[in-house]
Design a protein around this ligand. Structure first.
Ligand code: NAP
Length: 260
């Protein structure tokens, strides 16, 4: 019998990343869970029963190349293989129009959202080639839409989405997908409602305030289910594509593992 899949998930301390870790554990995978904030080495309340050795937390900053090399190395040391890489860690700031943006903060956004995934892929690819593994880059609708005050984020997500196409062309043994997770009820949306008004148009600001007020934000588990499924089961035919969390091509043929 094949050993359980081993998957790296970045941005695993909260939001979509934490929910993805829970989904993966529930599906029987081994998970290296990465964030700058230490993560408890047992799943959160309401999650699956803790199984010793299946969750390996790693404290690391994906903006640092050496930290990304260490993440891959440690995962291989602990689990002995790598089947999936989920580049989920992301930041929105700076929230400022281009002419008002601090250059260091703008560059840092690309360091986290774009270069972090590049560094991790750089070191993960040799291991993923061996297992015919999968890379899931958590992108955003912002990759295809310019939003006033979000320039670094929109540019980074557009580049991450194109980077996924590059991966598909260069690495045919690996399935690489960029996912649009929808508008999700996480700390990032809190930040948009709290600080976005200074930089965004009034219409955009109202749009995000109303999504929350009307209960229309997605729970993190909804895109997480798609991310986890893709990390374990994405078919080769999806490689290089930018797909929505609710795309009908997802969840076949493993729907029973991931529920309705
Ligand atoms: N929420 C939405 O509506 C939405 C929509 C479209 C796309 N997305 C994308 O979905 C992904 C997850 O977002 P979320 O909404 O779950 O955000 P979130 O709640 O703010 O979580 C972000 C995660 O990234 C981690 N992180 C940030 N900087 C990091 C770094 N330098 N190194 C390692 N980890 C880092 C954070 O952990 P630490 O702070 O502990 O490091 C945290 O676990 C992001 O890529 C985001 O762009 C979200």
């Amino acid at each position: 019998m094949a050993p359980p899949a081993a998957v790296i998930v970045t941005g695993a301390s909260r939001g979509i990343g934490a929910a993805t870790v829970e989904r993966l554990l529930r599906a029987g995978a081994h998970v290296a869970a990465v964030a700058r904030t230490p993560i408890a080495d047992r799943p959160q309340a309401g999650g699956p029963d803790p199984v010793p050795g299946r969750l390996h937390p790693i404290v690391a900053d994906v903006a640092t190349p050496s930290a990304c090399a260490r993440i891959v190395e440690e995962t291989i040391d602990v689990f002995g293989r790598l089947n999936g890489l989920v580049n989920n860690a992301g930041i929105l700031e700076p929230l400022a129009r281009i002419a008002d943006s601090d250059p260091d903060r703008w560059r840092h956004n690309l360091d986290v959202n774009l270069l972090g995934p590049f560094y991790l892929c750089r070191w993960a690819i040799p291991h993923l080639r061996r297992t015919g593994g999968r890379i899931v880059n958590v992108s955003s609708g912002a990759a295809v839409k310019a939003i006033q005050g979000w320039s670094a984020y929109c540019v980074a997500k557009a580049a991450l989405t194109h980077f996924t196409r590059q991966l598909a062309v260069e690495e045919p043994a690996i399935t690489s997908v960029a996912l649009r997770p929808g508008v999700v009820d996480t700390a990032m949306q809190n930040l948009i409602r709290r600080n976005g008004g200074q930089a965004m148009t009034a219409d955009q600001s109202t749009y995000f305030q109303e999504l929350k007020a009307k209960g229309k934000l997605l729970p993190a588990d909804e895109p997480a289910r798609a991310v986890a499924w893709l990390a374990l089961s994405a078919p080769t035919a999806l490689s290089g594509q930018f797909i929505d969390y609710d795309d009908p091509r997802l969840f076949t043929p493993d729907a029973e593992v991931f529920g309705p």
